[in-house]
Design a protein around this ligand. Structure first.
Ligand SMILES: Cc1ncc(C[n+]2csc(CCOP(=O)(O)OP(=O)(O)O)c2C)c(N)n1
Length: 353
């Protein structure tokens, strides 16, 4: 391998030809789908077609992709305010997601939830969440229920570097360790919590070091390398499934866009991070570009095939946007529907718990 090949490409190229080509194709396609979905969502948001703010996942595609492909269909995820990528990768309907963002009746949650409240229990998607850190107890709760039910589902909670400082995260890790819950705590360290650098907000060198306090394994990996995320999380999930011991995985990643869709207007001339820093991550460590270069260099997929996937993905997301725009809003008098529960857990097997 030439010394001119950037490290981020070289590390992904090693051993590529021994891997399942179908899995590699799925990884590439999934990352492209997330990126295209987010670009389109951003355009729709700027055009006023999406009510409320959205938090884009651009730059972090390798994490959602690597994690989801390492999970079984029945495994559970609990997501954050930056959840589109997680939900898409776990298999949610793309049309339904786009329509949900636009607040339409055809949306994944009938347009009542929007960007930060997408849920699909049938796919093990236990919801995105606007409360920072809340995905962590939710995933642990799902893991507790798996344990009581005696099934072998593992739950994954996505949370950020900012959330890693929340009390509820630490309480939950402690409880998960005491109760032997099958949960993987998946920290996406994208370097910032709103405008605060994790360097200024997180004590210690690594968030994963905190795992030791809760008697569980913890590691920090390169979240821009989809193969590394997949391998690490697969191993973590399978060990957790076998032992019912929780684990902590920290993925180092980066968000390209602002904290939320309205950030530019809010900040004006007071940036909290350097443009050069953003460019460096984009140029040297982009998860999709570097993976593509590695696939081509290793002769696993050629440019033409990859261009074909790109075109296919673009058409699919365009269709989803059209579907969302052409769908109807719920009629005003039906807006409160699904907002309040009409009955509570009629089938709840109280005697079991
Ligand atoms: C309990 C709580 N505190 C504060 C907020 C406001 N808030 C929304 S997102 C965010 C930063 C979260 O940072 P991080 O966990 O690193 O996730 P990222 O946005 O980087 O994906 C904050 C403070 C909130 N929504 N909930």
């Amino acid at each position: 391998m030439s010394q001119d090949v950037p490290e981020q490409v070289r590390s992904q190229q090693a051993g590529l030809s021994d891997r399942d080509p179908d899995l590699l194709r799925r990884m590439y396609r999934m990352m492209r789908e997330i990126r295209e979905f987010e670009h389109t969502a951003s355009e729709l948001s700027s055009a006023g077609e999406i009510p409320g703010p959205i938090h884009l996942y651009l730059g972090q595609e390798a994490v959602a992709t690597g994690v989801s492909l390492a999970l079984g269909d029945d495994d559970v995820i609990a997501s954050t305010h930056r959840g589109h990528g997680h939900v898409l990768a776990k298999g949610a309907d793309i049309d339904g997601m786009m329509a949900e963002l636009a607040g339409k009746e055809t949306g994944l949650n009938s347009g009542r939830g929007g960007s930060m409240h997408m849920v699909d229990f049938s796919l093990g998607i236990f919801g995105c969440n606007a409360i920072v850190g809340a995905s962590v107890p939710h995933a642990a709760g799902a893991a507790f229920s798996s344990k009581l039910d005696g099934d072998d589902r593992v739950s994954v909670s996505f949370f950020g570097d900012g959330a890693s400082n929340q009390g509820v995260v630490h309480e939950t890790m402690n409880m998960a360790a005491i109760w032997d819950l099958p949960v993987v705590f998946l920290c996406e360290n994208n370097q910032y919590g709103v405008s605060t650098s994790q360097e200024d907000a997180v004590a210690g060198d690594r968030i994963s070091d905190r795992a030791a306090s809760y008697d569980m394994a913890g590691e920090t990996i390169n979240g821009q390398n989809v193969l590394e995320v997949y391998d690490t999380v697969r191993e973590a999930v399978e060990t957790t499934r076998e032992t019912s011991r929780p684990r902590l995985v920290e993925c180092e990643t980066y968000r390209y866009e602002g904290h939320f869709s309205g950030e530019k207007d809010l900040l004006r001339d007071r940036p909290y991070r350097d443009e050069a820093e953003i460019e460096r991550w984009r140029d040297e460590r982009d998860p999709i570009d570097t993976f593509r270069q590695a696939l081509v260099a290793a002769d696993v997929l050629d440019e033409e095939t990859l261009d074909g996937i790109d075109a296919d993905v673009e058409a699919r997301i365009e269709d989803a946007a059209e579907f969302a725009l052409e769908s109807d809003y719920p009629p005003g008098d039906r807006a409160p529907e699904y907002t309040y529960a009409e009955q509570s857990y009629p089938d709840f097997p109280a005697e079991k718990y």
